[in-house]
Design a protein around this ligand. Sequence first.
Ligand code: PGA
Length: 294
Amino acid sequence: MSYSKGKHFPVSRRSLTVQIDPYSSSRATPGGITLRTGLIVGNWKMNKTASDAAIFIRALSERLHGLSSHVELVVAPPFTALHAVRTALDASSPLQLGAQDMFWEDQGAYTGEVSAPMLVDLGCRYVILGHSERRTLFGEQSDGIRKKIRAALKHGLRPILCIGESLKQRESGTTDDVLTQQLKESLPGFTAEALDGITVAYEPIWAIGTGKSATVEQAVAAHQTIRRVMATTISPAIADSTRILYGGSVTPQNIASLLASNHVDGALIGGACLQVDSFATIASVASAARSIGV
Ligand code: PGA
């Protein structure tokens, strides 16, 4: 199956309104095109105390007030700030809550770990899994990431699986192999039905926190590879409906060009999500990019 832009999306998605359906991340149009709802996720990493987080969320919610919801907006604070953020979110805020990681068991003698039921109880809807910082700094491997995906899905948390190549791998021309391997190692043993709702984030390691974003062409090529691998290893329908985010030095300046491609469904943002102004700007650019006639 080809995922070339012209063939797969005969009608520009940018010409259609995407309304948020809280129970589905995609829907089919009468023309048979899958509309994937945009998704912007702010990964706070190890930043902000609970008190700082509450102040930040109130200011951010105020800035986002009235923003038409053509994209889903998610903040992923550290575990210690999840409760404070949830409390600071009022009913009118468009922000949803996510976590940066979790363990695969529900409970037990696992010092320092946090489980899916605990995150769900705190109001989390998403969980980032397999971030390259977890892989490189904390030794995470695909086997554990797969167990985490399974546990998240079991408890109704939507996993955001992060994959991406190192600079060395890109320079040696093995990006596609690396992405294919990471997907194949993380997603075996799941039915297509179970994986409905998973999100994949393409995050080239060399672009994370470096100020050197991938080009749109590099991002699109990687997203096409991911969709192709998902089509052959899971199902064409899941490949079609799964949202693929780009992450790595996303800023208010480059978000519009990244989202201009039908292949990029949103972004996973690190540094630029820590300031109200930059996250709010990214959110509003993304929302405009997904609305009619903008
Ligand atoms: P960055 O981080 O936006 O600071 O590059 C992205 C990420 O790690 O998800």
